[in-house]
Unconditional design. Structure first.
Length: 159
């Protein structure tokens, strides 16, 4: 015959320790997951999905833009940590649109640029490009730019 003797006080303490450990683990996983998530939209009704060409086309169409998919230029960028002067200036434009690149310092993102074929704004013509930064399949920054020496840059999302 095999007998085990267990002190009730010790059993309660072990059970409480196990519950605390489990709670801390779940809480830690939740915080890490929450920190690394990308919002589905910056403003109500804006779909930021940009993992596929179809999703990127749908993203642009929300702003009445038609782009030339053949003109796509893609490059991988690492968002500096901390943001340098150039990124600080660019981020100021992004914050006005509801984005914030400071959340992505040190992360790798895809920079995608397209020639604009048509836009609701008649001032936006084929000399303009639309640029997006995509992280984990979501747009985290966007702008319209004229690549000329005296060109300009402006927010894509009206605000």
């Amino acid at each position: 015959m095999f007998m085990i003797s267990v002190n009730a006080k010790r059993l309660v303490l072990c059970g409480a320790a196990a519950v605390l450990l489990l709670s801390a683990t779940i809480g830690g996983v939740y915080l890490v997951a929450k920190r690394n998530t990308v919002p589905a939209s910056t403003q109500s009704g804006i779909d930021l999905r940009a993992d596929t060409e179809q999703q990127r086309t749908a993203f642009f169409s929300q702003f009445e833009l038609t782009v030339d998919p053949e003109s796509e230029e893609v490059r991988e960028v690492i968002i500096p940590s901390p943001l340098d002067d150039v990124y600080e200036t660019y981020n100021a434009l992004q914050v006005k649109q509801g984005f914030d690149l400071s959340r992505y310092c040190g992360k790798r993102a895809k920079s995608r640029s397209y020639t604009v074929l048509s836009a609701a704004d008649p001032a936006i013509d084929g000399s303009w490009r639309v640029n997006i930064l995509v992280y984990q399949g979501k747009v985290i920054a966007a702008d319209l730019a004229q690549p000329a020496l005296d060109g300009s840059m402006r927010a894509l999302i009206p605000g």
